[in-house]
Design a protein around this ligand. Structure first.
Ligand code: COI
Length: 351
């Protein structure tokens, strides 16, 4: 694909630290259009800035939109690494299929991403910060009737980031949501689309007002099984075994989740993907059998959970300190991502 480059008149000063999460954007962004005649075309890297969008664009009315999240890491010797970017490309294909949107072939996705990163490589900060990459696709046909759009835009934004939670690696407090639901069988729970997050904001905002970092979602049918946390998959170590919900169509297939399961199995550690009820979890918490809990996600990395609050009862986990398994997984995963630990899995991808 020919990618047209439009240079910026002036580059922004690059902040050295205190990035927060997702508030600062780099000098350039990637943009490419789709229509039924030309397919994906007009790829360009141009200065970051506002879009000109028809107010009838279907995305603004019916939320036909999908997105991805990954990071670029700067190693101590100055190399730039991506972590399993082909997994993001494949998940975006699946998300687009579910939302009746055109696919971006894996090789094209990687080509666009690498082209933007080559232009912006100086923006990749040193550890423990990284460059968050946000690819997204949205419907641009101007129409008010509900139907699959005939036109789309694929864009990639880059943002230097620190920790997703202000607390960093300090254990977070989680509210178990028993009123609203996130996903039901046959819905879009396994899809990375903006609509899932829009519908979750009310619960997240209520929990935040009470001092919680996130909500833990229960299944949409019986409100009985533990599914995932707002921005992360979730794992619990109970009686020596790490347990996480199976990918049954209502759970986001997280790349960090998959990597943790691999690491556990490769090291002969006990891990099980199985339905876990909130009652079993709370019982394990009451009896001291819930040894550790953490969330996994690209943005959140591995985030220890110190407290679970459900129907007025609070369970404290590992004295609200990070547990040894969580710490080991965090050190191993981030070690591979930053090139400090040899990557024997072929997960890192140098730009
Ligand atoms: C990510 O972890 O990359 C995500 O996409 C979660 C996001 C909603 C911050």
């Amino acid at each position: 694909m020919q990618i047209h480059f439009i240079p910026a008149a002036q580059l922004k000063p690059k902040p050295e630290s205190d990035f927060g999460f997702g508030k600062i954007f780099t000098d350039y962004m990637f943009e490419m259009d789709y229509d039924e005649q030309l397919g994906w075309h007009d790829a360009q890297i141009r200065p970051y800035g506002p879009l000109k969008l028809d107010p009838a664009s279907l995305v603004l009315h019916y939320a036909q939109e999908t997105f991805e999240g990954l990071k670029a890491y700067r190693t101590e010797d100055g190399r730039i690494l991506l972590f399993r970017p082909e997994m993001n490309a494949r998940r975006l294909i699946q998300s687009n299929q579910r939302l009746c949107m055109p696919e971006i072939p894996e090789a094209l996705f990687l080509e666009c991403l690498e082209a933007l990163l080559r232009v912006e490589r100086d923006w990749v900060p040193i550890a423990p910060s990284s460059l968050y990459i946000r690819p997204f696709v949205f419907a641009t046909e101007a129409a008010v009737g509900v139907h699959p759009s005939s036109k789309y835009k694929f864009m990639i934004l880059l943002s230097p980031v620190g920790a997703y939670y202000a607390d960093g690696l300090n254990p977070v407090r989680i509210y178990v949501e028993d009123e609203y639901i996130r996903a039901t069988p046959g819905g879009t729970g396994a899809v990375k689309c903006g609509g899932n997050y829009a519908a979750s904001i009310i619960a997240q905002a209520q929990a935040a007002r009470c001092g919680f970092s996130q909500v833990l979602w229960l299944d949409g049918k019986e409100r009985k099984y533990v599914e995932e946390v707002g921005t992360m998959n979730v794992m619990f170590k109970i009686k020596g075994q790490l347990i996480t919900a199976p990918l049954d169509g209502t759970i986001l297939p997280g790349i960090t989740r998959d990597s943790i399961l691999h690491l556990m199995r490769e090291h002969g550690l006990s891990v099980k993907e199985r339905p876990l009820t909130i009652d079993e979890l709370m019982d394990a918490g009451r009896t001291g059998q819930l040894e550790e809990a953490f969330g996994t996600g690209t943005a959140a990395v591995i985030s220890p959970i110190g407290q679970l609050h459900y129907k007025g009862e609070t369970i404290r986990i590992h004295n609200e300190k990070i547990g040894p398994l969580t710490q080991w997984l965090y050190d191993t995963l981030t070690g591979i991502q930053w090139g400090r630990i040899p990557d024997s899995y072929g997960w890192t991808h140098e730009i």
